[in-house]
Design a protein around this ligand. Structure first.
Ligand SMILES: *Cc1c(COP(=O)(O)O)cnc(C)c1O
Length: 440
């Protein structure tokens, strides 16, 4: 092939920014701060925040700029390949990004974090930044649709094979690992049935086989489970969900060692999925209340799940890691210790027809996709998150007709339960039953 840059042809894993032998600092950060000895609510409020020394404004200013004056330091950084540690151009880095990155890094116990313009931005840059031609990826059949499409459609197009396994079955995961398996990509808690990954065993598998382990921890957040503490290589959050928490922004984050994050950063630059400074400000502001919001989400979801279990006339099954009926109860108790997520799924008698009648009758929970906001949202997997699957495929992963997914908000739990309770009575088959009991 006639390549005028032949002399510059570089093996993918030896690009100049990866090859650097320099010692890597945590961050990048504008100011040194180590809050690792502080509680999580204190970290949420204070970590990563930049108070403005010129105006003495409290809190991080919004650095709404696309570029920065060049000076000797930045020219030197460009020459040395240290570009990630300087402000040069906002697609590369911006103080608003650094601030929110530092906050998330401290919450995750990570050396470094990158934020993105969406959760999928984080997932695609992370996966594309780490795979190479001819390698193999092991992942879950219960995967978030966007991640599934990326791995199944795009990686395939570029000659990267993948295996989709039952994420709860460690033997199946182990058997799927091949000689050329480079990545294991899993969600810690699946959508919508809230299946749990046997995290510690998967970490062991990854180490034994020399694979990188990436965990999408969106449904749990660092408040419920810090997966990096277990030896996971990289943790991803769709910050659109709990981290943002107010259903008003789209963002993503990946956290891990500075060395690995430095390998993903060039992919972010090429994909162009940098996060806008104004959205960074919104996210940093939201993160200040993440810990207290998660406490309420967790408690409300637990209470609602327990209530739903008492409604056996109309509720066939409840899926929630905090219930004693939960299929992986031991795993949930040992990893989550009662902090189980704000998501609750359940299956109604009468299938999707009942489910639609129920959703239509609710006043507080709004019918919308997405999750993790202060307001309760409710949707049916069959016509939203799992709509691209056939009925057969859905049933193969356990999603039967009548499954409802609720993102339990931080409203008063009495109001949420009263709303759900009246909604259940509006389901046709339940109405008929109620009529019969009053007649006899
Ligand atoms: C929403 C979601 C994503 C994608 O995030 P976006 O911010 O919408 O791009 C990825 N993984 C999980 C588990 C999600 O719920």
């Amino acid at each position: 092939m006639n390549n005028p840059f032949k002399d510059l042809d570089r093996n993918n894993s030896e690009l100049w920014f990866n090859k650097l032998k320099r010692k890597r600092k945590k961050g990048p950060r504008m100011q040194e701060s180590d809050h690792s000895n502080l509680g999580i609510s204190t970290q949420c409020v204070h970590s990563g925040q930049y108070d403005d020394p010129i105006t003495r404004a409290v809190g991080t200013p919004i650095y709404q700029t696309s570029t920065f004056y060049l000076n000797e330091d930045t020219y030197a950084a460009i020459g040395d390949g240290n570009v990630r540690d300087e402000m040069i151009y906002t697609r590369y880095g911006n103080p608003s990004q650094w601030s929110v990155q530092d906050k998330i890094a401290q919450l995750e116990n990570a050396e470094s974090t990158l934020v993105f313009s969406s959760g999928m931005g984080a997932i695609s840059a992370t996966i594309l930044g780490l795979v190479e031609k001819g390698c193999h990826v092991v992942t879950s059949r219960d995967l978030y649709g966007g991640s599934y499409n990326l791995i199944y459609e795009d990686l395939q197009r570029f000659g990267i094979e993948s295996s989709f396994v039952d994420m709860t079955n460690i033997k199946e995961i182990e058997n799927a690992i091949q000689e050329n398996t480079k990545l294991l990509f899993f969600e810690s808690l699946s959508n919508p049935l809230l299946k749990m990954l046997p995290l510690e065993e998967v970490v062991q598998l990854a180490k034994k086989n020399g694979c990188r382990l990436i965990i999408d921890n969106t449904f749990l957040t660092p408040c419920n489970l810090k997966v990096l503490d277990y030896g996971v290589d990289l943790v991803i959050n769709s910050a659109t969900k709990y981290l943002g928490g107010h259903s008003d922004l789209i963002a993503g984050a990946v956290s891990g060692s500075r060395k690995l994050i430095d390998q993903i950063w060039p992919q972010l630059l090429k994909n162009g999925s940098s996060m806008d400074p104004h959205a960074c400000y919104l996210l940093e502001r939201s993160l200040k209340t993440l810990s207290i919001r998660m406490n309420v989400h967790n408690d409300n979801a637990q209470t609602l799940a327990e209530f739903l279990e008492t409604q056996e006339d109309i509720v066939e099954e409840v899926y929630y890691p905090g219930l004693s009926s939960y299929a992986q109860k031991e795993l949930s108790e040992s990893l989550l210790k009662g902090r189980c997520t704000g998501m609750v799924s359940f299956r109604l008698k009468g299938g999707n027809k009942s489910a639609h009648q129920f959703l239509n009758a609710l006043h507080i929970a709004k019918e919308a996709t997405s999750l993790g906001g202060v307001e309760s949202l409710i949707s049916l997997p069959y016509n939203t998150s799992q709509a691209s699957l056939t009925k057969q495929q859905r049933e193969a992963i356990g999603i039967k007709d009548g499954v409802v997914r609720m993102s339990v908000g931080i409203e008063n739990i009495e109001d949420i339960i009263a709303d759900v309770q009246q909604g259940l009575t509006k389901i046709e088959i339940q109405k008929e039953k109620l009529c019969e009991t009053t007649l006899t």
